[in-house]
Ligand binder design. Sequence first.
Ligand SMILES: [Zn+2]
Length: 321
Amino acid sequence: MSFFRVAVLLAALTGLFLTVGYLIGGPGGMIIALLIALGMNVFAYWNSDKVVLSMHGAREVTEREAPEFVGLVRQLARRADLPMPKVYIINTSQPNAFATGRNPKNAAVAATTGLLNMMSREEVAGVMAHELAHVKHRDTLTMTITATIAGAIGMLANFAFFFGGNRESPLGIIGVILVAILAPIAAMVVQMAISRHNEYGADAEGARIAGNPEWLASALEKLERGAKSIDNHAAERNPATAHLFIVNPLHAHKHDSLFSTHPATANRVRALRQMVAHGGAGGVAQPMAPGGSGAAASAAASRIPASGRAPGRRGRRGPWG
Ligand SMILES: [Zn+2]
């Protein structure tokens, strides 16, 4: 995504943040929101990757701890002509993955234990190539900063319920409540506009990096089924980060598909299979050899260690949990 588009986008989100500040707290509220927005944009540039990774309980792994997985990412990064990113594992049984970081030199890719246990080595390669494509396209900076600001808009909207009676507000209590409901939706629409477009681009570039579009196509089908049936508690608590993931980690019944941050998986799979039909991955002569043959390779992928705690033992959390 071009620098200009990034700037326009961040300005739009910051503008929305200021408007919400004004509507809730009057001119004083807007100045406070402006100061917060300035500080937040600077903070997000340097730290939003760390914030997002810690929100999802991601743990950095070394080549020694997860040789298969880290080795695979290294191989893909070389094919993509990118520096080696930091590699993280998230301990949740929902299959999913995301990339973050302000530039390719400071990038991180993360996959869940559910993804590593459920997919073949080829499918893991397809997914991680998609994530590296985001790094290559520099989507990760926009997507991570967007998540931070949209999250703050959501937070401000929550405050509105507590400070709704503020006399500074140009709106009545009903107006404040309306803003509290509408602002997060508006933030989501902005996020949606970027991320849908970015997903198709990363699918195509990822297929070129891995050398075989079918690997990602088949992974997306499994991801879609897995993400729909298995909860991701960290994502439910931080819905503003949902668009970072390769498939929506939130459940379809909770979030109207009208406001979906992700294009329909079926459309993405169709686009990838068209790449197969039209002669390989457009430009890459040969697919990578992800190592080993069929069964042995899948067994290797599933040997990637999970971290200590058993997934899914914590039980369901309430809305305030
Ligand atoms: Zn993506």
